[in-house]
Design a protein around this ligand. Structure first.
Ligand code: 0X9
Ligand code: ZN
Length: 433
């Protein structure tokens, strides 16, 4: 996540595989000439960086005692001039991101080829993979197989993307159908930001666990999950531009030739705050609230679910930074039910940190989104404001910034184990007593 952590940038990459197909080929040429810079300083520097990002001049990768950000080939001079004018010192961390990522990919490929393989083929994709990040098609194969083999699981497409991919919704039904009352439900969203691959990977691991759970945890609740909310962006990040964040929609009425909307700035709540009206910015809010196919599909289905169920929890899974954020993100004001959200969030964090089999778990900090920076148009705030969901969160998965968005796939397993332990504590706490 774009966060207050030490971000020593990135970069170990594994688009590459152990055994199974298909092999994504990321065209790192697209990132040739892009650079990663770091500017020393606290919130004053973060504020300047925020302005530069809104102008589309930089892509912020993280804030801590320094800000780390990507500078585009055509914006180096303007960014350098602006920073000098503001008296902000900076240095270049990665001089050519394209070449750097390609070198890292080659190195990781050699490592992965020597590791044990998992399989995922059409009609035979029994488990979500942990040794490498799955493609969109593989994710769809796995979801279909899960629905085919489990009577509890229903799979449906809730809409199509700009590039005509299905947005898949998984519904895990309760094992015991008790009473006639509206049942409690939880909603999980993965992958709304294209470059946060660990989000899909961990969400799929959770789905797999929840679908086969035979404990009281899931006995009487409905679980809804969209594990890959931005399929076009994800594929674009895999195949073309590893650091792509937005969707891939093209607005024909646009004068400037820039693609994509930040789907986590496109919901209506607080629309515009901490977002950009510049289509070239990474945090472009879109032409209007819900201008995008993906946010419209999510909104429609979440609204439907909240009318047939008691929607108790919305968990939007992102990366990176190891934080569990609760609303609001668009204002410093306190959201309803904050004390309870904090309490349940701390129980999640405590369980996650316990670790397993001698391994220490990840430490998650529980805090309000507005502690980070004001940002509007996000899923969690909308769910809280519009659907009155008592527990809404954004979960920023590992790491704390060393690899950032380009997290090696050996993080999938431990991250999923930690989050699963956390969820087992959190879910009972959010349900109606
Ligand atoms: O900025 C975001 O959309 C999220 N961070 S990320 O690095 N994954 O992009 C944080 C969203 C927090 N929630 C709200 N601002 N409501
Ligand atoms: Zn995100």
């Amino acid at each position: 996540m774009r966060c207050y952590w030490v971000v020593l940038v990135l970069l170990v990459l594994d688009v590459v595989l152990a055994t199974s197909s298909p092999t994504p080929v990321n065209n790192y040429q697209v990132l040739a000439g892009h650079q990663i810079w770091r500017a020393e300083g606290g919130s004053e520097v973060a504020a300047v960086m925020g302005r530069l990002e809104e102008e589309g001049l930089v892509d912020i990768l993280g804030h801590s005692i320094a800000s780390t950000f990507r500078v585009f080939p055509g914006t180096k001079d303007s960014v350098s001039t602006s920073l000098q004018r503001e008296g902000i010192k900076y240095h270049v961390v990665v001089p050519d991101l394209g070449r750097h990522l390609a070198e890292e990919e080659r190195r990781v490929k050699r490592e992965i080829l020597s590791s044990q393989g998992e399989t995922c083929f059409e009609n035979d994709c029994p488990k979500p993979l942990t040794q490498r990040y799955m493609t969109y098609v593989e994710i769809a194969w796995y979801l279909h197989e899960l629905a085919a083999k489990s009577p509890r699981v229903e799979l449906k497409s809730i809409g199509k993307t700009f590039e005509n991919r299905d947005i898949w919704l998984v519904h895990i039904k309760p094992t015991a159908k008790e009473g006639t009352k509206k049942r409690d439900a939880i909603w999980m969203e993965g992958g709304i930001h294209a470059r946060e691959w660990i989000s899909e990977a961990v969400t799929l691991q959770l789905l797999d666990k929840l679908a086969s759970d035979d404990t009281t945890l899931t006995r009487n609740i409905d679980i809804y999950c969209v594990p890959i909310a931005n399929p076009d962006g994800y594929e674009y990040s895999r195949n073309t531009d590893r650091l792509w964040r937005k969707n891939r929609a093209i607005d024909p009425s646009m004068e400037r030739d820039c693609t994509g909307v930040d789907l986590n700035r496109n919901w209506s709540t607080g629309y515009g705050v901490g977002a950009s009206t510049n289509p070239c910015s990474e945090v472009y809010q879109g032409s209007a609230p819900f201008s995008e196919l993906e946010t419209r599909a999510l909104k429609k289905e979440m609204t439907r679910v909240s009318s047939v169920n008691n929607l108790r929890l919305v968990m939007a899974v992102h990366s990176f930074g190891q934080k569990l954020y609760h609303p609001w993100g668009f204002t410093k004001k306190e959201a309803p039910n904050t004390a309870e959200m904090k309490k349940a969030g701390l129980a999640f964090a405590q369980a996650a940190a316990k670790g397993s089999r001698g391994r220490k778990g990840a430490q998650y900090e529980v805090t309000s989104s507005s502690e980070l920076y004001l940002a509007s148009g996000a899923t969690d705030d909308w769910a809280k404001a519009t659907l009155d969901v008592p527990y809404a969160y954004t979960l920023e998965l590992p790491d704390e910034g060393l690899h950032g968005f380009v997290l090696p796939s050996n993080f999938i397993k431990p991250a999923a184990q930690d989050v699963w332990r956390g969820m087992k504590k959190l879910i009972p706490m959010v349900l109606n007593k």
